[in-house]
Design a binder for this molecule. Structure first.
Ligand code: QUE
Length: 338
């Protein structure tokens, strides 16, 4: 049965188009077939007057969507199949842009893990609902990618350098944290999702207001000032030095995390976020697509990062190239944006 079940289940229920990401064993990570199903739904429903809103959910109870199919991308890179890598990212980013200009509410119910590509199908429209079981992250620097799916537009617009901190360290956000940062718009308890879902099939997205629960304090509340102080620096090395100057356990832990990430990826990600602050969403998606071409095919860290994190799980990266942030050539990073 599961072999023939579609990886996206698209239906019209009442006045809502509903999309269920349905690869629970892969935490609903997006492959190209799923991305194409998103595009079909956007095309079918954008001008369909019977569809008043879209409701997006993840199957299985554990994840909304863990990201993109980076294992598949890595294999394309190893095979030298540039066309398939290009198709994946170009079509994924087109879906992100299509959601932003869909013109009707595109309502995401983030209950469980939501990372990378999952954030990309959730945050460019709204309402963006999280539960107390939501876990949001941009973990790409661990696999030597960079914050993509239009997050280079979103992250620099979060106040107090929270977006820079998220992008570089891959910090995990709970549902309430995501609302405090503006990545999510409504905090709803999991037990109330069935009733919210039923209400939404009536076609009025504003009913979500009636389901919002009191918002707990952000888990990063005590670190807000340190985040703003340290992550506003011009270079990754200066951010690390600023964290070392803080002299707190929290800051020392951030340095440890940053030292585990791909140094090249940290520098690319910081530059991307700084450039994204002054760019439109479409310009950000274009920058990201251009970066995939060098980062995936020409830089060794991506293959090594995906191998370590997702293929041979728990087997840490043998070596990054260069191995340390101190060894990254600033001109080489700038050249990747040319
Ligand atoms: C960085 C990423 C991803 C990641 C981990 C990272 C990513 C992704 C997955 C993932 C996780 C579990 C799965 C799966 C994929 O993990 O993009 O299929 O079952 O999809 O550190 O960018």
């Amino acid at each position: 049965m599961s072999e023939t079940e579609p990886s996206i289940i698209a239906r019209v229920e009442g006045a809502a188009g509903t999309l269920l990401m349905n690869r629970p064993k892969a935490l609903n990570a997006l492959d190209l077939a799923m991305i194409r199903a998103f595009q079909s739904a956007l095309d079918a429903w954008k001008h369909d007057p019977t569809v008043k809103l879209v409701l997006l959910e993840g199957a299985g109870g554990k994840a909304f969507c863990a990201g993109g199919d980076v294992r598949g991308i890595r294999q394309f890179a190893i095979d030298g199949d540039k066309a398939s890598v290009e198709a994946f990212f170009a079509e994924e980013y087109a879906v992100n842009a299509g959601i932003a200009r869909f013109g009707k509410p595109w309502l995401s119910l983030m209950d469980g893990v939501c990372m990378g590509g999952g954030i990309g199908v959730a945050v460019h429209n709204g309402p963006r609902v999280v539960t107390e079981h939501a876990l949001l992250a941009m973990p790409e620097t661990a696999i030597a990618l960079f914050p993509d799916v239009g997050t280079s537009y979103i992250l620099p617009r979060i106040q107090g350098e929270i977006g820079t901190w998220l992008a570089l360290t891959g910090a995990r956000f709970k549902g309430a944290d995501a609302v405090h940062a503006g990545l999510a718009s409504h905090y709803v308890l999991r037990e109330n999702l069935p009733a919210l879902r039923d209400a939404l099939l009536g076609g009025d997205a504003t009913v979500v207001e009636q389901f919002a629960a009191p918002l707990p304090e952000a888990s990063f509340h005590a670190q807000r000032e340190a985040i703003a102080r340290c992550f506003s620096r011009a270079t990754v090395l200066e951010i690390i030095q600023a964290l070392e100057t803080e002299g707190t356990d929290w800051a020392a832990e951030q340095v440890k995390v940053l030292r585990r990430m791909s140094p090249t990826s940290l520098c690319v990600s910081l530059e991307l976020i700084r450039r994204g602050a002054g760019a439109s969403l479409d310009e950000c998606l274009e920058m990201e697509l251009a970066l995939t071409r060098t980062v995936v095919h020409e830089h060794p860290d991506f293959r090594e990062g995906v191998r370590a994190v997702l293929v041979d799980k728990g087997n840490p990266p043998a070596s990054w190239s260069p191995a340390r942030v101190e060894g990254v050539d600033a001109a080489a990073i700038q050249a990747m944006f040319a």
